[in-house]
Design a protein around this ligand. Sequence first.
Ligand code: KIV
Length: 286
Amino acid sequence: MDRKKVTIPALHAKKQRGEPISMITAYDYPGALAVDEAGVDLILVGDSLGMVVLGYESTVPVTMDEMISHTAAVKRGTKYAHIVGDMPFMSYQADVKEAVRNAGRFLKEAGADSVKLEGGAEMAPTMKAIVDAGIAVMGHIGLTPQSVSKLGGYRIQGKTRSGAHKLLEDALALQAAGAYAIVLETTPARVSEFISKQLTIPTIGIGAGAGCDGQVLVFHDLLGYFDRFSPRHNKRYANIRPIIIDAVKQYVTEVSTRAFPTVENSFAIDDAEFEAFVQEVQSIVR
Ligand code: KIV
């Protein structure tokens, strides 16, 4: 089948047909080439970058410039998937105009197709301003890692009647503000499914159960590339960290025993050229 660039109407049509949407994070050119070839609908250049690529303790320190640089690399490796640039902490919370300008940078400087921001009804005016500027926006509610300190840790959201009610109100407010999709993170499966059914736009779940319209996982978690923690919501489809360590160990051994490089990994010079060179430099070498 001929693949086409994934558009927002195509994502909405998938929801209407009841076809699940797949999203994965990517942060660099080779990662984007691989996940795009694998056929995902959406690539999220997530601010999880801060934790799995840059080694920060949380997503809070990630800057706009870091996000722009990584989003541009992902763009260079992507042909078909819809690219979502994740707005980092404090790039949209303080001022609506600044939020619109920063959202615009993702499209203008990095080539993203849309942006994502965290927050519920309180973020609806900001989301509307970005949408009014002609930029598609994905919402993100439930466990919002940029507010982890306020939430009291990485814990499930919407577990009580009032919590579930607030999630639904947040989702409806974001939809009304013009969101084209909403990430639901770490929310009870039945609540996520209920909310998904109330919305005309797709929900993309992470730790939110099978009743969402789509799913998202973090590249490093899915591939077992990162073993500092493996969140409960994750499924490891591969375990590449030990493969990398074994390969690099073998390389270190081969370098130390001179088994690498061999002639196959080396370049030759014509015998006569080399002899002439040695003659020529006799006077300056020992
Ligand atoms: O930054 C990220 O990777 C995310 C996903 C977990 C949805 O926001």
